[in-house]
Design a binder for this molecule. Structure first.
Ligand code: PGA
Length: 246
């Protein structure tokens, strides 16, 4: 009932030349059995949109709809550029730009108001996991970052343990299962079973061609948010195929 989603986050990587990778992906996955989304840098969004059936998203937006915010981009502008989704609250932004959950929630509300799908990220640090605070941290980020306007269509939640991002470290399948089950239960409690069960939950953090299939067996993992391994078709395509095979 939930359509699987393979999402790529290019972060601050990529120039026009990188769009050739999207061309390869689009050719290899002309009729995908899952949703494929790539979030390139904002500079590439419009050009990237030429590669259907791959949907294109952004990596951040401002909470305001327009105005004097030098260097920021509004959700309406992302939509105008061709984006259909936006990643919000990535740990790199929570950390480097001091984005707290209430700001993430305001941005997600702004994105949803423009008809964009908000991919809201959350995850614990290694110290928080070792102190056995993971579910408290996730519970707080979930309550604080997700707007009331959320539905199964306009919200995706990505669980990304900070210590797994870009490190090659991956939680055990039991650890992923515990957090995803917790997020699902909290969403059902807050939004009711209908909406709560329709929101897609992605796992993110060092997803690679050789571990994706195992991760996709975990209940309530509806896909992945992939950083490094989304930069080339050679790496991302086997991850898409592993998701299609679930
Ligand atoms: P990674 O990044 O796949 O390179 O670990 C994931 C992310 O930050 O979304």
């Amino acid at each position: 009932m939930r359509r699987k989603l393979a999402a790529g986050n290019w972060k601050m990587n990529g120039t026009q030349a990188s769009l050739a990778e999207l061309g390869k992906l689009a050719t290899a996955h002309a009729a995908p059995a899952v949703d494929i989304l790539i979030c390139p840098p904002a500079t590439l969004i419009t050009a990237a949109c030429a590669h259907a059936p791959i949907a294109i998203g952004a990596q951040d937006c401002h909470m305001a709809s327009a105005g004097a915010h030098t260097g920021d981009i509004a959700a309406a502008q992302l939509k105008d550029a061709g984006a259909t989704a936006v990643i919000l609250g990535h740990s790199e932004r929570r950390d480097a730009h001091e984005e707290h959950s209430d700001l993430v929630r305001a941005k997600a509300r702004a994105a949803q108001a423009e008809g964009l799908m908000a991919i809201v990220c959350m995850g614990e640090s290694l110290a928080q996991r070792e102190a056995q605070n993971t579910l408290d941290i996730i519970g707080g980020q979930l309550a604080g970052s997700i707007p009331d306007s959320s539905t199964g269509e306009n919200l995706v939640v990505a669980y990304e343990p900070i210590w797994a991002i870009g490190t090659g470290l991956v939680p055990s399948l039991d650890q992923i299962s515990e957090v995803h089950g917790f997020i699902r239960a909290r969403l059902e409690r807050r939004f009711g079973a209908g909406v709560g069960r329709s929101v897609r939950l992605l796992y993110g953090g060092s997803v690679k061609p050789d571990n994706a299939a195992d991760i996709f067996t975990v209940p309530d993992v509806d896909g992945a948010l992939v950083g490094g391994a989304s930069l080339t078709a050679a790496d991302f395509s086997p991850i898409i195929k592993a998701l299609e095979a679930v």
